[in-house]
Write a protein that binds this ligand. Structure first.
Ligand code: PLP
Length: 224
């Protein structure tokens, strides 16, 4: 087995063990920001299909190099309004929608020949001033806007809790997200995705209800 395939297999085994304990399925998105296209190709050869990118231009360059593969691209970084068209045209998922003014341009630019863009609302669960994500109280309004937009499909919520040194505090943030997700599911019963957990904390996130984890360094090695 190649080194990337071995790292991927080890992470998958951990995700699956945590998922079995939690009693629900968990999807793995490999976060390939700053990694070369060749590294993505190596993981794709090992069976990984979903990849997450933070920077739209970097993602588009990689997508062009990998156009011969069938991959599922997730935009997971903060989105500027002037990038809505590129995201609508070139990604399967947007995990970081955090304000209403992005909804109309995303919907308008989603090509009619593609399935709807899968959308997660990013929530600033720790109320950190410096981070992107909407306030928990804004979720219902934003969710209604996405649900009403043609070309977009509301799938759930995403969060990047503070990397708190105290696991109990991190776990509390994940638990708050689970509650928010449950409340949103009462309004929008079809939602199915709670994206939380990264290399350092994905097992904790899965125990608190994550159905999708976004993992970079644990599969690709440290970023340069
Ligand atoms: C970089 C990044 C990740 C992956 O982080 P690792 O610690 O390398 O697993 C996940 N989600 C987002 C939004 C990121 O920017």
């Amino acid at each position: 087995m190649s080194a990337p395939a071995a790292a991927l297999a080890a992470v998958r085994a951990r995700v699956e063990r945590a998922a079995a304990q939690a009693g629900h399925a968990v999807a793995l998105v490999a976060v390939s920001k700053t990694q070369p296209a060749a590294a993505v190709r190596a993981l794709a050869a090992a069976g990984q299909r979903a990849f997450g990118e933070n920077y739209v231009q970097e993602a588009l360059a990689k997508q062009r190099e990998l156009a011969d593969l069938t991959l599922e691209w997730h935009c997971i970084g903060p989105l500027q309004s002037n990038k809505c068209r590129e995201v609508a045209e070139h990604f399967a998922w947007l995990q970081s929608l955090d304000r209403e003014k992005l909804v109309e341009p995303l919907a308008r630019h989603r090509p009619a020949g593609l399935p709807p863009l899968n959308v997660l609302l990013q929530v600033n669960v720790d109320a950190e001033a410096s981070k992107s994500g909407c306030a928990p109280g804004d979720v219902p309004r934003l969710a209604a806007a996405v649900a009403a937009a043609r070309g977009l499909r509301l799938r759930g919520l995403m969060a990047i809790p503070q990397p708190h040194p105290d696991p109990a505090q991190r776990r509390a943030a994940f638990a708050r997200m689970r509650e928010l997700f449950g409340a949103l599911a009462r309004e929008h019963p079809h939602i199915d995705t709670l994206s939380m957990g990264m290399s350092d904390d994905f097992e904790l996130a899965i125990a608190e209800g994550a159905t999708m984890v976004r993992i970079g360094s644990a599969v690709f090695g440290p970023r340069g």
